[in-house]
Write a protein of this length. Sequence first.
Length: 220
Amino acid sequence: MRLHSTIPNFKADSTNGPIQFYDWQGDSWAVLFSHPSDFTPVCTTELGRIAVNIDQFIKRNTKCIAHSVDDTQSHIDWVNDIKSYCADIRGEFPFPIIADPERKLAVTLGMLDEEERENPEIAKTVRALFIISPDHRVRLSMFYPMSTGRNVNEILRCIDSLQLTDRLKTVATPANWTPGSKVMILPSVTDEEAAQAFPKGFDRVSMPSGQNYVRTTENY
């Protein structure tokens, strides 16, 4: 799934019952992420931390949905372990987990090797993650190996960046950006346009090349 490609409107079973993806997503942003297998240690921490931080996703108008090649009953049984391990999870588990035992969705979204999808011992999904805008387009993807757990704060930071740059078409977020810190004004924006967009001002950074391409502002 390349950036800005459209996620297909798939049907799937999940821990919350059957879903049709577009109906489930509605007009929200979405984070669809895969994990290699139920009842594994790193996956337990990942789903647990996303569940604990679900209010942060809701605040950003973002729904979460997990996926693996295990079946629904396996997911349901595993959720009890996740809730036991992450004691901060209150009430019902806050997002569905898609069951994909035939690996069809995993292949469609490029989360495992086509040649290995029939082998239950080998064909485990990698840690793939897609941030999807309300128009069902992939806006950002992350792929981690099975050995490396993801950082929830980085997922939230990426959502913040995408939503900010959708709202302000004239900026991009620099390395290590966090909400409230300076953003970069796009080189395609003239100084005159920048002055109109940011009436409280922006900074120019002098470069040895003499080219005026590094401009920052925190007045957004």
